[in-house]
Write a protein that binds this ligand. Sequence first.
Ligand SMILES: Cc1cc2nc3c(=O)[nH]c(=O)nc-3n(C[C@H](O)[C@H](O)[C@H](O)COP(=O)(O)O)c2cc1C
Length: 358
Amino acid sequence: MWYKTKATEILGIDYPIMQGPFGGSLSSVELVATVSNAGGMGGYGAYTLTPQEIIEVNSRIKTATGKPYNLNLWVSDSDVQDGTVTDEQFEKAVKTFKPYFDQAGVALPLKPAPFKSRFENQLQVILDIRPKVFSFVFGIPSADVLEQCLRLGIKTIGAATTLNEALALEAAGVDMIIASGFEAGGHRPSFLAPAEQSTTGTFVLLQLIKEKVKTPVIAAGGIANGRGIAAALTLGADAVQVGTAFLACDESGALPVHRRMLFSDAAKYTTLSRAFTGRLGRGITSRLAKDIEGKEKQFLPFPLQTTFMSSLRKAALDQQKWDMIHFWSGQIAPILKHTKASVLMQSLVDETSKIIKS
Ligand SMILES: Cc1cc2nc3c(=O)[nH]c(=O)nc-3n(C[C@H](O)[C@H](O)[C@H](O)COP(=O)(O)O)c2cc1C
């Protein structure tokens, strides 16, 4: 049967369909449990959570499902040298974004507090709570950590945006590799070359990786129905990871307006921008993203740009100034149909079964 793959065997799930984890409060326990209970694999993006919050989320997921699920972290969670920026850097950002703060009638923010990486502390929790699957983006954990995961029976999944990143992940010995195509919603998790130079589409990336790498591959980016799954499996994927289509479901942590936007005409156009967080990420095209393109040198490094933009985002949401908000979305949004995660899962399975008969 099409749904028995190396991935289903490794992960202990019924269907080779993963719900993409979403960082920044967009994941939800309900979504993870719904997908895992339906035989796929739910995923929780935990990179903004404190260790204690990860422990709590994990126990809530465990209560909601007895099936395997995936906890996800960012190996590199900061681009800030020494935790902060100079006054000069900060003034450049203020000057660049002042017109938007003025338009929203919001006071210009103060220089963000220094940022300290959270990854090491979060990682310790993962090793303590031992989820069935630990996936990560923006790099590769140390050999020692991967060895501990192996010993503890935690399956590891790393994400590649280029063939070189996939080769590095294979050399490190991860259990599976995500081929993350540039169609995908959210951040581009590149770690060897700048994200702007790592923009291969899912189906090319998948084929490049399959040609050179033996580790099972999960295709992610632009897959939202049975045809997409069948195409990915035909090209050699062992599983798919679906993000935007699950983000649009009622169970996700996305705001109602965000979910509405994903089903609106606006979702026909998406842009990769650094303006909202400091790292390159795909969202529905906004006036702000278009206006500010080319001024990336004036932005603050990740994640200070997120902090810097937070009061503007809040005001824009309150005032319904959607043209200043980056509603995360992949390019595939215009084909979305479902608002219930269980219905989406069932239709992904049924549609794929109709296309691949055995
Ligand atoms: C809002 C949003 C947040 C995301 N956050 C993460 C994350 O924290 N970690 C991660 O591994 N992938 C993250 N992703 C990527 C998804 O897990 C998935 O790989 C991707 O959305 C698949 O492409 P698609 O959106 O075209 O379906 C995010 C995607 C979106 C849309």
